[in-house]
Ligand binder design. Structure first.
Ligand SMILES: Cc1ncc(COP(=O)(O)O)c(C=O)c1O
Length: 441
C-alpha cells in the first residue's frame, strides 16, 4: 500500500543528520510519516511496530490525544513566556506534580530542553553546591567508561564513548571509573548481573589519585543505555552510594532513558533502591512530543545554592526555554496518563514475559550476549571480521522491512518499546526479530 503524504520524497541534501552515516542513509533513506499507538507508518504506507519508543522517549505510545489537545490549547493560550525574573503558572505546577513521583528528597526541579542540557545543568549544580558550602576546590567530575551523557562539552567530558570524545576538547577536571561490562562472567544474565559490584570501588582509586577534596560528583547512568543496555551488577549502585557518602562526593544518576517508568517505577532510583543527590531526565517527560528535560535536585543541593542576599540571583544558569509553556503542557498531560493508566508500574507485570521472550533468542546465529532489565533489552551480535557494525546495521534494515523498528549501535540491537505494548505485541516483536536474525549471516 502506498499512502499519499504529499511531500514524501523530499530533497535530502540540506539536512545534516545527527549521529547518522549521512551518505549511506541518503542513498537508501528510511522515512517515517505517521505514528499512532504502538506503530509507525512509513512514507510508503508500511506499518512498523515501534520497538524503541522512538528514541527511548515515546513511553506512552504515539499520538496521544490528551497530549495533542493540551499542546494545541496551550499554544493558543500562552505560546511563550519568559522564566528569567518572570514566570507563568505551568512550570510551577509541573514541578509540583513531578515532585510527587521523585525519589525521596529530590523535589527541587530545574527545567531544560534535552538530556544533554540536563546533564550539563546537573554538573554545574554540583560545582555550585560545593562552592556555596566553601569547598570550591571540588571541581573534578567523574564519569564512567561507556557512559553516555549527551553531547554538551560537560556531557562528553564525563561520557565514556570514544567516538563522542576523540574529536573534541573535554573538560580538564574530568576523569572516569571503569565500566561494568564483563561478558566473561556475566553473559546472558537475566536482570542485574551477579558479578562486578567491586567496580564501584574504582571511585576509591580516583580519591587516592586526586584527593577526595577535589572531587565534586560522580555521574552514572543507573543502567547504561547507549552503550547497549548494561544493567548494574548486583550491589554496585549501593556501593557507589556508600563511597560517595564517605567522601562528601555528590552522586548523579542520569535517568534520561531510565526515567518515566522504563524499569517499573517512576525512576531507576526507586526501582533499584538507591537514591542519588541529583537526577537528570528528559525524553519520556513529554512522551517525546516536545523537547524538554528536568533536573531533580535534592533539597540539600538546592538549599545550599539558593541562599545569600534574597535580591541576588543564586544560580547563574538557565535556558530561554526552561519551563516553556507548551512543553510544560505536554509534560502535565503525559504525567496524567502515566498516573491514570498505571504506566509507571506497568512494566512490572510485563518484565517476566519480556525477559523470557528476549532470552529465547539465545542460540540464534551470531548472538553472543543478551541483557535485559525492565522493558529494556539488548542482543549483542559478534562483529563481522573487518566490518564491525555491519551485522547490526543489516539487522536494523531487515527488521524495518519486516515491520519492526529496532536500534542498532554497532553490533548491539537495543530494544525499548513503549510501555503500552501488549503481550501479543511483545510476541510479535520477537517473532519478527527472531526471523530477521535467522536471515543475517
Ligand atoms: C543517559 C542519557 N543522557 C543524556 C542523553 C542526551 O539526551 P538528548 O539527546 O536529549 O540531549 C541521552 C540520550 O539518549 C541519554 O541516553
Amino acid at each position: 500500500m502506498s499512502a499519499d503524504y504529499g511531500d514524501n520524497r523530499p530533497d535530502l541534501s540540506a539536512f545534516w543528520m545527527p549521529f547518522t552515516a549521512n551518505r549511506q542513509y541518503k542513498d537508501a533513506p528510511r522515512l517515517l510519516a505517521e505514528a499512532s499507538g504502538m506503530y509507525y507508518r512509513t512514507v510508503d504506507g508500511d506499518e512498523v511496530l515501534d520497538g524503541t519508543a522512538g528514541l527511548w522517549c515515546c513511553n506512552l505510545g504515539h499520538a496521544r490525544e490528551e497530549i495533542t489537545q493540551a499542546v494545541s490549547r496551550q499554544l493558543a493560550t500562552l505560546d511563550f513566556a519568559p522564566t528569567f525574573q518572570m514566570g507563568h503558572p505551568l512550570p510551577f505546577r509541573l514541578a509540583a506534580a513531578l515532585s510527587e513521583f521523585a525519589p525521596p528528597g529530590l523535589d527541587r526541579i530545574f527545567f531544560t530542553n534535552s538530556g544533554s542540557e540536563s546533564v550539563d545543568t546537573a554538573l554545574k549544580m554540583a560545582l555550585a553546591y560545593h562552592r556555596a558550602r566553601g569547598e570550591g576546590q571540588r571541581v573534578r567530575l567523574i564519569g564512567r567508561e561507556k557512559g553516555y551523557h549527551g553531547v554538551g562539552f560537560g556531557g562528553i567530558s564525563v561520557g565514556g564513548l570514544v567516538n563522542n570524545r576523540r574529536t573534541y576538547l573535554t573538560l580538564p577536571g574530568a576523569d572516569h571509573i571503569a565500566h561494568t561490562f564483563d561478558p566473561e562472567r556475566n553473559a546472558f544474565s537475566r536482570g542485574l548481573p551477579d558479578h562486578g559490584a567491586e567496580k564501584a570501588d574504582e571511585v576509591e582509586r580516583l580519591v587516592a589519585l586526586h584527593g577526595a577534596e577535589t572531587i565534586a560528583a560522580v555521574i552514572v547512568e543507573p543502567v547504561a543505555g547507549s552503550a547497549g543496555v548494561l544493567p548494574p551488577p548486583k550491589g554496585y549502585l549501593e556501593r557507589l552510594r556508600a563511597v560517595c557518602d564517605r567522601h562528601g562526593i555528590l552522586l548523579i544518576f542520569d535517568e534520561v532513558i531510565t526515567g518515566f517508568g522504563r524499569l517499573g517505577e517512576p525512576f531507576a532510583a526507586q526501582a533499584l533502591g538507591v537514591t542519588p543527590d541529583i537526577m537528570t531526565t528528559a525524553k519520556g517527560i513529554t512522551n517525546g512530543a516536545l523537547p524538554m528535560g528536568a533536573v531533580f535536585a535534592h533539597r540539600k543541593v538546592h538549599d545550599a545554592i539558593v541562599q545569600g542576599p534574597p535580591a541576588a540571583i543564586e544560580f547563574f544558569h538557565g535556558y530561554t526555554y526552561s519551563g516553556h509553556p507548551v512543553a510544560c503542557a505536554a509534560a502535565l498531560a503525559s504525567l496524567e496518563i502515566y498516573r491514570r493508566d498505571g504506566l509507571f508500574t506497568r512494566v512490572k507485570s510485563l518484565a517476566g514475559l519480556w525477559e523470557d521472550r528476549l532470552h529465547a533468542l539465545r542460540g540464534k546465529p551470531n548472538v553472543i550476549d543478551i541483557r535485559n532489565i525492565g522493558l529494556m533489552g539488548a542482543i549483542e551480535l559478534s562483529p563481522r571480521p573487518d566490518a564491525p557494525g555491519a551485522r547490526g546495521y543489516e539487522v536494523l534494515v531487515r527488521a524495518l522491512k519486516a515491520g519492526l523498528l529496532v536500534r542498532a549501535t554497532g553490533d548491539i540491537i537495543a530494544l525499548s518499546p513503549p510501555l503500552i505494548i501488549s503481550e501479543d505485541e511483545i510476541g510479535k516483536l520477537f517473532e519478527i526479530l527472531g526471523g530477521v536474525l535467522d536471515g543475517v549471516a
